[in-house]
Design a protein around this ligand. Structure first.
Ligand SMILES: Cc1cc2nc3c(=O)[nH]c(=O)nc-3n(C[C@H](O)[C@H](O)[C@H](O)COP(=O)(O)OP(=O)(O)OC[C@H]3O[C@@H](n4cnc5c(N)ncnc54)[C@H](O)[C@@H]3O)c2cc1C
Length: 380
């Protein structure tokens, strides 16, 4: 595991970081470069590090994988290059997908030939309150028919399919007649599925898009899990997804910290006598403390995942702590670089934009803080 983490560090520093400026252009050349890097990572055995063991994964516990994931996260493109992007889909399809879906997508997902997207957020519903979802799906014969809109959908333009969360009629055997939420896999080539407006975040295309479902029909075996089971599947997905993202963010925070300390000790920093200044040392202390706290929460979240514990507190804490550590680390590093840190030629300015999104995606920080506070108080 340590050797794997070390190999990923070397690959990231030697192959990915020198290409980051070109990758951030997001053009055709960037896509080709990304494919090349993915291919090289696969050839070197650095791919799919947390896929299910029987789907070609390495069988690492989450606690062990965290060390690897933090190295994957040192570059914003690490999670794409090392195949982590598809990890959630591999786990969800393996556990809850029909035989037909597994047969169609397993090989492509595991080999990196295709990626999936996840469609939950909508323009007219509250992302933090899934019961407000308006997208509807109903059965007609042997098909599911879907109407609705989804927005901020990551990877939508590259994806082969999107897993949609939609309101479906109550299952005949359910206790209540209220509509429930279900997950349905929709191939992106489906008739009636189109793109809405492009979504740019803080002036940059980070790969999100809007999707419109206008009577999209998919076979009945494209339902993932059972009708009405989406809330449970969403929790399963979020628990692994949040912990994985948190590990990547801690890795990126550590990179910002390293860059900041090198700068403080550099000839330019020495000239300004930065290492001797107490306010500079306070930046170092605060970021170091924040990353250390995030790592501790991450370890607890990893143990909870490995033991299959139902509690959500650990993953919610890890997500918030990692997002705070990354936000503080990149902000402090930019401060130590002065104007140069804000320049687009510097990776910190890109990381800063990305760090800002972490306080909203995967559950807004306020929602998670509120949930953790409530769960803790309930135990007293
Ligand atoms: C980079 C990025 C990628 C994304 N990728 C995807 C994707 O692939 N698929 C997808 O479906 N969605 C995606 N999203 C959307 C994301 O999941 C939602 O933005 C998130 O769930 C929050 O929902 P919302 O934007 O509707 O905000 P809302 O739920 O409307 O909340 C708005 C704000 O209100 C406050 N708030 C809300 N509830 C509470 C509360 N209980 N207590 C205190 N304050 C509260 C918070 O400050 C919150 O930020 C992505 C978002 C970003 C930024």
């Amino acid at each position: 595991m340590k050797q794997l983490a070390q190999a990923i560090r070397v690959f990231t520093e030697q192959r990915i970081m020198p290409c980051e400026a070109a990758l951030s252009a997001g053009d055709e050349h960037a896509q080709e470069l990304l494919m090349k890097l993915k291919h090289q990572a696969r050839q070197q055995g650095l791919w799919g590090n947390h896929y299910p063991a029987d789907w070609g994964g390495k069988g690492l516990s989450f606690v062990d994988y965290q060390t690897v994931a933090q190295e994957e996260g040192r570059s914003e493109w690490g999670p794409v290059v090392f195949g982590t992007q598809t990890t959630l889909d591999t786990h969800i399809l393996r556990q809850f997908g029909s035989e037909a879906l597994q047969a169609r997508y397993q090989e492509g997902l595991v080999s990196g030939a295709l990626v999936g997207a996840y469609g939950m957020s909508e323009p007219h519903s509250i992302g933090s309150v899934p019961s407000t979802i308006e997208t509807q799906a109903h059965q007609e014969g042997q098909a599911w028919v879907i109407h609705g809109r989804k927005w901020f959908i990551s990877r939508a333009k590259q994806a082969e399919f999107v897993v949609v969360v939609a309101k479906t009629p109550a299952h005949p055997s359910a206790d209540s007649s209220e509509p429930s939420l279900s997950m349905i896999l929709v191939p992106m080539s489906s008739k009636g599925l189109s793109f809405g407006d492009d979504v740019c975040l803080l002036g940059r295309d980070l790969g999100q898009a809007e999707l419109i479902f206008d009577g999209v029909r998919v076979p009945h075996d494209h339902l993932i899990g059972l009708q009405g089971q989406a809330p449970i599947l969403m929790q399963t997905r979020l628990k692994l997804g949040r912990t994985m993202n948190a590990a990547h963010w801690v890795g990126l925070a550590q990179r910002c910290f390293d860059v900041m300390c090198h700068r403080i000790n550099s000839p330019r920093g020495q000239q300004a006598r930065l290492p001797e200044k107490q306010l500079v040392r306070q930046h170092v202390f605060n970021v170091y403390q924040s990353i250390g706290a995030a790592r501790a929460h991450l370890r607890c979240a990893g143990q909870s995942l490995d033991q299959g514990l139902p509690s959500l507190i650990e993953t919610q804490m890890a997500k918030v702590a990692a997002s705070q550590a990354l936000s503080l680390a990149v902000d402090s590093a930019i401060q130590m670089f002065g104007a140069e840190g804000l320049s687009d030629a510097n990776p910190l300015s890109r990381i800063y934009r990305m760090a800002r999104t972490t306080r909203i995606l995967d559950g807004a920080d306020e929602v998670l803080i509120n949930a953790v506070g409530r769960q803790i108080l309930e135990t007293y």
